[in-house]
Design a binder for this molecule. Sequence first.
Ligand code: FE
Ligand code: ZN
Length: 258
Amino acid sequence: MELLALPAFTDNYIWMLHNGQHALVVDPGEAAPVLKALQQHGLTLTAILVTHHHPDHTAGLKALQSGHIPVYGPRHEAIAGITHMVGNGETLVWQGHTIHVLDVPGHTAGHIAYVIDHAPHQAHHDPIAFVGDTLFSAGCGRVFDGSMDQLFVSLTRLKQLPDATRVCAAHEYTLSNLRFAKAVEPNNPDLGAYQLHCEALRADALPTLPSTIRTEKAVNPFLRCTEPEVVSSALQHGAKDASPEAVFAALRLWKNTF
Ligand code: FE
Ligand code: ZN
């Protein structure tokens, strides 16, 4: 199975998983990059997964739906074109792979993530998580129609996935997130090396994603709300106390205007 990040708009990725014959895509905000990749690799689209209702994740659905392709999406959001509404704890099966649905509200009130916990028929066994706009590399989504507390709980859930899990986020925000991460944690020794690695990828126009849960636990301030340096930075930026929830909320608000 192959995992591809198809660039869309200015900084979106539409994730495609394929086995040389069948493909699934996640959050097709545009149809054109998907159609091009299908043609290029000689693939048939046989499933679409949607994480949340924002147009940059859904606007390509109509043009891709011409066949009878199942389109999975969040039970608690109204999205035109969804054929299978799914929610927490449910699974779907695609090409012999079991895909688990997790509720990860916060960016939007009904946001879901999809996790393939192992891929038995391939050499590469690491799990894959399609996290939409919940978790980014070195950052996280903004709070739109969900709440700050929901987003904190959702990120805590994602943090508990196995370290090797490949994090497939929907936007290339890594370098700007790293600038913020360095302001929060100037003494985190992992940030510098990761930034150099990501700058080299971007200089070659390559995605910095997927990341891994292991990497995110090391570099992402939003997953590090109990680290002393993160706590003290948050307290200097309006956190009402040193609880992880208050630290998280202060970081998220600070980032909005950074
Ligand atoms: Fe979004
Ligand atoms: Zn988005």
